[in-house]
Design a protein around this ligand. Sequence first.
Ligand SMILES: [Fe+2]
Ligand SMILES: [Fe+2]
Length: 298
Amino acid sequence: MLLRWTEDPSKFEGKKTITPPEIKFIQDELMDDFFIPVVESSGLSGEDGPTDEDMCLVEEMIGKIGDAENLIITDPARRPWNASCKDHAKRVAIVAREIADQLNFNPREFFIRGLVHDIGRYASHHPWIHAAAGKDILNQLGFSSKYCQTALNHAEAGALLFGATPGNWDKLSQDFNLLAEANKVSLADAVLAIADMCQKAVEDPPGSNNFKSRFADPMEGVFTSGLRRLTQKQKELVKNIDPLCIDHWGLREVYRTEPRIGMSLGLCWLLKAKLAKQGVVFEGVIERAEEALRGEKV
Ligand SMILES: [Fe+2]
Ligand SMILES: [Fe+2]
């Protein structure tokens, strides 16, 4: 699917974006000097499960994005791949592996999906642009389609999985039968979208790499993270909504006043419900991920 966006990306990023020639330079640098040697020596292009060595190779590869970007973009404030991106990728990888483990999915594969989900951030911080760029570069590198789809589909709480495109967010909240759409989402895509949202929710503020908030249930974190931007009255309204009740009047109030947050929360809830139905227990996921990160049990 070709994604098109009409908004100026710099409006979203709140800073001057890097130019298409700069993006191309970074991409060439990554492809020629950093990525190709890694991919050539791994089994990531095939359908066989990845090895422990592949996990290390991909982690190494993600670590090089900052190096390539620093070479080409001298002003740190302009770099879309900032200091927190590598850490975020690893944390999402660990959370994704925690959830995948409960579903008896291949934990190594999900660790790698987490590592690469934001690889497109070398080009832009913009949700739709980095998702499309990530899919493209993984495709060019010969990663198998599951990794490419992860990069594309994780953005905006998995909005693309529900049929959203940059131009039809409003339509998504009005016309779509979200429960029916949620049924069509693959469990693998749901795991990655939720792992990304869980991780963002414990960063305070989101994207800052300051991990202040701790939640027994990461979804509570997603909820609270979204709520930060609401007024006190709105917070009261939505405090006790049944997460699975997408049509609750209080949630509608959030949609009415903060459609973007309301929709992200709604999509998170639907994906969480989907995974919970398969037996995933969210309690303790973030704590175990933190422990794994401290002990480097990767
Ligand atoms: Fe992302
Ligand atoms: Fe992310």
